[in-house]
Design a protein around this ligand. Structure first.
Ligand SMILES: NC(=O)c1ccc[n+]([C@@H]2O[C@H](COP(=O)([O-])OP(=O)(O)OC[C@H]3O[C@@H](n4cnc5c(N)ncnc54)[C@H](OP(=O)(O)O)[C@@H]3O)[C@@H](O)[C@H]2O)c1
Length: 320
């Protein structure tokens, strides 16, 4: 496992990390989550991603139990949470100073830790001035409750505003953004954020490297059972997979599957190596509901050289 700097900070984050969206509390209980997190840690993964919204806080409760059970020392891992969707009441959502403070306290208690390493604004909040959000995050840093703060799916303009406000008012600027990044979601990372990478050395913890499993090729011949597409509350993923918009994607995935066979690795590994080739990515957050998936996905780091210039060109043509 290689370690990359998280943006311009001194924090060394593993190039692959593991997140709990969908899986913790829906597919994995404490026992199974513990087996998967222990496997990740053993392979050198040091970052575990979470959010107040995941399974309405239960995902953090499970991760907290696992961390306690595995007896990791607090200085050996990085854990995150995200604030935005905390509950139905008006004060339980968004990026007001109050909700940011409450969400942080709740995450600390559910994860059973004294501080969060990374704390993300899960989406932009049009109802809260960015200045209020930046002030709230800065305050949490001064209180020692979080180390670094960042955004998720904010536009480049909104992130630039946060940097400008931080500079003007002497607050701590954001360190990292958490955007989607995979062969079908490239625009933000490859175009929109480029000036932020160059001018601010923004870090990135990217999500859905396999486009929710599509980039494994397992949907090439219809909907298999036992996947996230058949879980209650995740019908939106199945609907997206069955939509007309996706028809062209399946054709592309089939061609990518053939290319990965030529290269001699699975499509999942090829897709993860493809994300890792981008030096503006600090860490690629994996998702996995089974240990066998993690075994396959983490092994991608042993095949990075297979993504030669020639293979990259072929991928670009297939994606164009
Ligand atoms: N900030 C945000 O807004 C945001 C949004 C989404 C995700 N995230 C973060 O990013 C993490 C990763 O996202 P993701 O879970 O969507 O990642 P992903 O890699 O695109 O999808 C992971 C899912 O694909 C399937 N899979 C994985 N490896 C496989 C393999 N080798 N063979 C067959 N199937 C495989 C599994 O689902 P099945 O159970 O269906 O097999 C697995 O749970 C999340 O846990 C979360 O921490 C953040």
């Amino acid at each position: 496992m290689e370690y990359r700097k998280l943006g311009k900070t001194g924090l060394k984050i593993s190039e692959l990390s593991y997140g709990s969206w969908v899986t913790f509390g829906n597919q994995l209980d404490v026992k199974k989550a513990s087996e998967l997190m222990a496997y990740c840690f053993d392979k050198g993964i040091n970052f575990f991603d979470n959010a107040e919204a995941y399974k309405q806080g239960q995902s953090e409760v499970i991760m907290g139990e696992v961390i306690k059970k595995l007896n990791w020392t607090r200085d050996s891992f990085i854990v995150s949470s995200k604030v935005f969707w905390g509950g139905e009441r008006p004060t339980q959502k968004g990026l007001s100073h109050k909700h940011i403070k409450d969400a942080c306290e709740n995450a600390l208690s559910r994860l059973q830790v004294d501080y969060l390493d990374l704390f993300f604004c899960h989406r932009p909040d049009p109802d809260t001035p960015i200045e209020e959000t930046v002030r709230a995050m800065h305050t949490l840093i001064l209180q020692g409750k979080i180390c670094y703060w960042g955004t998720s799916e904010w536009s480049a303009v909104q992130i630039s505003d946060a940097f400008r406000i931080s500079r003007e008012l002497g607050f701590t600027p954001p360190t990292m953004e958490q955007p989607e990044y995979n062969m079908f979601a490239r625009d933000r990372v490859e175009r929109e954020y480029v000036s932020l990478f160059e001018n601010e050395l923004l870090g990135t913890t990217t999500w859905s490297p396999l486009a929710s499993g599509l980039l494994t090729g397992k949907y090439n011949h219809g909907m298999p059972d036992d996947t996230r597409t058949s879980l209650p509350n995740y019908e939106f993923i199945r609907k997206r997979f069955e939509s007309d918009d996706f028809k062209k994607r399946y054709e592309t995935v089939k061609k990518l599957t053939e290319l990965s066979a030529e290269v001699g690795i699975s499509l999942a590994k090829l897709s993860i190596c493809w994300c890792l080739r981008n030096k503006n990515i600090s860490t690629v957050i994996l998702g996995a509901s089974k240990k066998s998936q993690l075994e396959e996905n983490i092994d991608a780091i042993n095949h990075k050289e297979k993504l030669s210039d020639d293979v990259q060109k072929k991928i670009s043509i297939l994606l164009s």
